[in-house]
Design a protein around this ligand. Structure first.
Ligand SMILES: Nc1ncnc2c1ncn2[C@@H]1O[C@H](COP(=O)(O)OP(=O)(O)OP(=O)(O)O)[C@@H](O)[C@H]1O
Length: 241
């Protein structure tokens, strides 16, 4: 439990001094962060800043060279929804079958699964019988995000959910994150989309060259650094390198 301003917020993930080196190059340096229940956190940073490596270590998919990650429960994987940069859908299976396969993986019972509602929410009703791997990039991203929610997870982690999408596709993803937030879900996502971050994030972290350079609410960081928006803040932090 973590006490802040009189409210007791539960910490879901606490990472301390995470470091990862690949072939002599340190790509994450002493990364410390916490994710508290109900927060929507955006992880930003240039290509190669170490965001995906950091997410991998938070999920215990990548073993840090040093540092510690603590989760709110031993069984955190069963209670976490994860969209990685490429979600491997099952080849030769329709959207519906893929959802059923992911649901089985998460131990969600068939009778608890409302596929039609899920497809409706994620704008995939027409694609129900289409092969998942033939969907457009935007549709695949929406399907990947839809399956992160199947088991009603406590924490949702999205690695660049809107990367490579057109403005309409980016807006759709923003809306899905807003809906997760309104449901009270905890969401940790990486992004290069300033508008998305400004609109949905309660807290922003900017990584630069393997380090978490700043963390705070968008407004507090804007005030502290004397800039006018998240875009300017990002440029200031990442150009300081
Ligand atoms: N398994 C690996 N072996 C060697 N180098 C790696 C490995 N994984 C990542 N790297 C390197 O670590 C650095 C950080 O990569 P990472 O994918 O964490 O960055 P990122 O901030 O997520 O970038 P992007 O925004 O492009 O996705 C990069 O230089 C990358 O090439």
């Amino acid at each position: 439990m973590f006490n802040e301003g009189g409210f007791t917020l539960r910490t879901l993930i606490k990472a301390e001094n995470l470091t990862k080196t690949y072939r002599g190059r340190t790509v994450v340096k002493n990364g410390s962060l916490h994710i508290r229940e109900g927060e929507t956190i955006a992880l930003m940073g240039p290509n190669g800043a170490g965001k995906t490596t950091m997410i991998g270590m938070l999920l215990r998919l990548i073993h840090p060279d040093s540092g510690v990650v603590q989760h709110w429960t031993q069984n955190f994987k069963a209670e976490t929804g994860v969209q990685l940069q490429s979600t491997p859908f099952f080849e030769g299976h329709s959207v519906e079958e893929n959802i059923r396969l992911f649901a089985a993986f998460y131990n969600v019972k068939s009778k608890e699964l409302d596929i039609n509602s899920l497809l409706e929410v994620y704008g995939l009703r027409e694609e129900k019988k289409s092969p998942a791997i033939k969907l457009s990039l935007g549709q695949q991203k929406r399907l990947a995000i839809a399956v992160t929610t199947l088991h009603n997870p406590k924490l949702i982690i999205l690695d660049e959910p809107s990367a490579g999408l057109d403005p309409r596709g980016q807006k759709d993803i923003q809306q899905h994150i807003v809906e997760m937030k309104e449901r009270g879900d905890t969401v940790f996502f990486s992004s290069h989309d300033m508008l998305e971050v400004s609109k949905v994030a309660d807290r922003v972290m900017i990584m630069n060259d393997g380090e978490i350079a700043v963390t705070g609410t968008p407004q507090s960081l804007i005030n502290e650094h004397g800039v006018s928006d998240v875009d300017e803040l990002y440029s200031l932090i990442t150009e300081q390198g």
